[in-house]
Design a protein around this ligand. Structure first.
Ligand code: 13P
Length: 335
């Protein structure tokens, strides 16, 4: 087994998933504003350290995606944040893209930036303890989008990123996110997401990526958030599995979904159904941001020094998602 394959499997073993705590300072400020906590670097660290020192790290969270600010911070016990995460039994990872900007000549679409100087930045992150990385490309759905230009250029960037990450002995999480925003049907989401993922793997293969050392982070197949035709959880699961079967090469060891704006319970319920019906060879788990942190953040905001109370809320959510990653979740367990 290659070292990269080993890392990917370790992150996702036994129903474990990924905590996406890599919100940029701008996004984290929006999250903290919403719960009326000042977005200082101390508060951002306090919330994150509360999660990273919870017992979930040993039991449910196989990897944590950090943001540049956090990977360089020290915990209250004065060890580095990657050290804390490793000591707790999980693996530290890092978001390495620098954000999505307007795609020239297609102003309604975005292209993710961050390739310039990436090889050097990766060396620094690897030294700081990162074992895996993340890069997110985003696509919106409408009749004409994603355009060929967006499909091609985002896939190309994801492939060049992956090659540099593997060169530095880390596992790339490849995240092509087809956004939930809009009135589109689930069928349109299915078709466009399949096209997006296929194009990504076409480029990854062209760039000679070791697919056994990659984790795919896709969206689930859902109707748009403004669509009048919502579909059932079973339909979400069936369409999502069909999409993965048709577009992801067999060598890829694991798939970890983003939550993308679903509620905590909705994301868990859909993940559970996908795993119950999973007839693929892929390990299928989670790499949630909002759907893992929302209720913990809300609880924490009432008293930012209540570490054990916040951890209890977080541990519950992580446990529910790990059960869902094994198809063992049920609604009754939420109480
Ligand atoms: P959400 O689960 O909140 O969509 O975040 C996942 C993520 O990492 C987006 O890049």
């Amino acid at each position: 087994m290659s070292e990269l394959n080993n890392i990917a499997l370790r992150i996702l073993e036994n129903g474990k998933g990924i905590l996406a705590a890599d919100e940029s300072t701008g996004t984290m400020t929006k999250r903290l504003d919403a719960v009326k906590v000042p977005s200082t670097s101390e508060n951002r660290l306090l919330f994150r350290e509360t999660l990273f020192s919870s017992s979930s790290m040993m039991d449910y969270i196989g990897g944590v995606i950090l943001y540049d600010e956090t990977i360089k911070q020290k915990s209250s016990k004065k060890n580095s944040i990657p050290e804390l995460i490793s000591e707790m039994g999980s693996l530290p990872g890092i978001k390495v893209d620098t954000g999505a900007k307007v795609l020239a000549n297609s102003p309604n679409e975005k292209i993710t930036e961050g390739l310039d100087g990436l090889r050097e930045r990766l060396k620094v992150y690897n030294k700081l303890g990162a074992k895996f990385t993340k890069w997110r490309g985003i696509y919106n759905i409408s009749k004409e989008y994603p355009s060929k230009l967006s499909l091609q250029s985002n896939a190309h960037a994801l492939a060049r990123y992956s090659a540099l990450v593997q060169e530095c002995n880390m596992v790339p999480i490849v995240e092509p996110e087809v956004l939930m925003d809009g009135e589109h049907s689930a069928k349109e989401c299915y078709e466009k997401t399949s096209e997006v993922i296929k194009k990504c793997f076409e480029e990854l293969i062209l760039h000679k990526i070791d697919l056994k050392g990659v984790i795919l982070k896709p969206n689930m197949i859902l109707a748009g958030n403004k669509s009048k035709n919502k579909i059932s959880g079973e339909e979400v699961a069936n369409l999502t599995l069909e999409c993965l079967k048709n577009s992801v090469p067999q060598e890829v060891p694991g798939i970890a979904f983003l939550s993308g704006g679903q509620s905590e319970i909705e994301a868990t319920e859909n993940l559970n159904l996908i795993n119950k019906l999973n007839n693929t060879s892929f390990i299928i788990s989670y790499s949630f941001g909002r759907a893992l942190q929302q209720s913990a953040l809300k609880f924490w905001s009432q008293d930012i020094n209540n570490v054990s109370g916040t951890q209890k809320v977080f541990n519950h959510r992580a446990k529910m998602n790990t059960l869902a990653a094994q198809g063992k979740w049920s609604k009754e367990l939420e109480n």
